[in-house]
Design a binder for this molecule. Structure first.
Ligand SMILES: CC(C)(COP(=O)(O)OP(=O)(O)OC[C@H]1O[C@@H](n2cnc3c(N)ncnc32)[C@H](O)[C@@H]1OP(=O)(O)O)[C@@H](O)C(=O)NCCC(=O)NCCS
Length: 174
């Protein structure tokens, strides 16, 4: 089995969308324009995991100006990265991560997450990382808790899924 992690390219969009649609509720999955804009605006912040030629997972991110107060409107799903991303931003915002079901539970999600954080930490001047997760996404929450993220806010009924699940905003100071 050949496994690699590399920056996403526009040509990967079909594979990325396949992972997206198989991983998230239809009302939550983001569209291809959103992903293409992310690849174009901040390609260092968008990694794909390729297993035997197939896109097995992805992680996407942005750099934000740091703000102690949480601006919840910045977390809106499908927002345009060009309105929030600053190349010299001091806070890394992880906008999404997903791995195809058949590859889950093998450490790949954690590997993608760790690889993105270490690459960005090496090449940009970030002092914190922020993200949003649904209360129901147990595997993702485990990755974040294990990596030292702390809950800083809960937004009730944020996600438009069947349970109208709450969102947790988590942050880690570097
Ligand atoms: C979140 C996701 C990317 C994790 O990928 P993965 O390759 O399965 O993750 P890992 O194998 O590295 O496992 C991460 C942790 O979650 C645990 N885990 C994995 N699947 C689990 C499950 N179904 N239930 C409970 N824990 C689980 C693992 O045991 C591991 O914890 P540990 O290190 O303490 O053992 C993947 O589950 C996924 O794509 N989920 C759907 C999309 C999603 O929820 N994205 C999060 C957006 S914020």
């Amino acid at each position: 089995m050949k496994i690699s992690i590399r920056n996403a390219e526009k040509e990967d969009i079909e594979g990325i969308m396949c992972v997206e649609h198989r991983s998230f509720h239809t009302n939550i999955a983001e569209n291809s324009d959103t992903f293409l804009e992310r690849i174009e605006s901040f390609s260092d912040g968008f990694l794909v995991m390729v297993i035997d030629g197939e896109i097995a997972g992805y992680i996407s991110s942005e750099l934000w100006d740091y703000s102690e107060n949480i601006e919840t409107e910045k977390f809106v799903l499908g927002h345009n990265i060009t309105e929030t991303h600053r190349n010299d931003g001091k806070e890394l915002y992880i906008s999404s991560i997903a791995v195809l079901k058949k590859y889950r539970g093998k450490g790949y999600g954690n590997a993608l997450f760790s690889e993105l954080v270490s690459r960005i930490y090496r090449n940009y001047e970030i002092s914190s990382i922020i993200l949003m997760v649904s209360v129901n996404w147990i595997a993702a929450r485990k990755i974040y808790e294990k990596n030292g993220f702390k809950e800083i806010q809960v937004i009730k009924y944020f996600f438009d899924d069947d349970e109208k699940s709450d969102a947790i905003i988590m942050r880690k100071q570097m």
